[in-house]
Write a protein that binds this ligand. Structure first.
Ligand SMILES: CC(C)(COP(=O)(O)OP(=O)(O)OC[C@H]1O[C@@H](n2cnc3c(N)ncnc32)[C@H](O)[C@@H]1OP(=O)(O)O)[C@@H](O)C(=O)NCCC(=O)NCCS
Length: 154
């Protein structure tokens, strides 16, 4: 199966005063929460499993490029970036509705692990390694992070 054929999930949020930090802009922790939510929904739609069979293992590579103001509508979209044997990494980007920018305001990767009860278990998803375009770039980015993580935990 091609990685591009997996479902993409989107969610929109109105930024309200409860979402703001001490600068009066969107709090990073709220953005992280929304990012993980969209990542989770994307992982679940892809694996087609029950919520209890997915846990979040890692939130990584999150960049905040532009601050988001109160009253803005933030649109987040998740797509699968990497498929392991029991893990799945989702790339999520967030853009401000009605504002066109080359780079998203915020983006990041979220890795989920398929579990049975509390133990990692193969999810059985088979995917072709992408050979071109953004899909290949995301795949290689996650692969490089996995190698780095393995080296630093040995
Ligand atoms: C995620 C968890 C199930 C992994 O269990 P584990 O026995 O360490 O699993 P393994 O070492 O066998 O790794 C299984 C897979 O998960 C991946 N993985 C495990 N920990 C990871 C991490 N911190 N970051 C990225 N990937 C991770 C491994 O790379 C492996 O991927 P692969 O099968 O696709 O090659 C376990 O660490 C856990 O339960 N963590 C807490 C999860 C949680 O509570 N999340 C909510 C936080 S708010």
């Amino acid at each position: 199966m091609k990685i591009e054929s997996f479902p993409r999930m989107t969610a929109s949020h109105l930024v309200k005063s409860i979402d703001l930090n001490h600068h009066g802009t969107l709090f990073a922790g709220r953005m992280a929460e929304w990012l993980v939510e969209v990542g989770f929904m994307t992982a679940r739609a892809t694996l087609g499993c029950q919520p209890e069979n997915i846990v979040c293992a890692r939130l990584h590579g999150m960049d905040f490029r532009k601050s988001v103001g109160s009253g803005d509508t933030l649109v987040l979209e998740g797509r699968v970036a990497y498929v392991g044997s029991s893990s799945l990494t989702v790339y999520v980007e967030a853009r401000s509705f009605g504002v066109s920018t080359a780079l998203p305001y915020t983006d990041g990767l979220v890795t989920f692990v398929h579990v049975i009860e509390t133990r990692a278990a193969p999810h059985g998803l088979v995917v072709e390694t992408p050979v071109e375009g953004e899909a290949r770039d995301l795949w290689n980015r996650v692969l490089a992070e996995r190698h780095f993580q393995q080296r630093t935990t040995q």
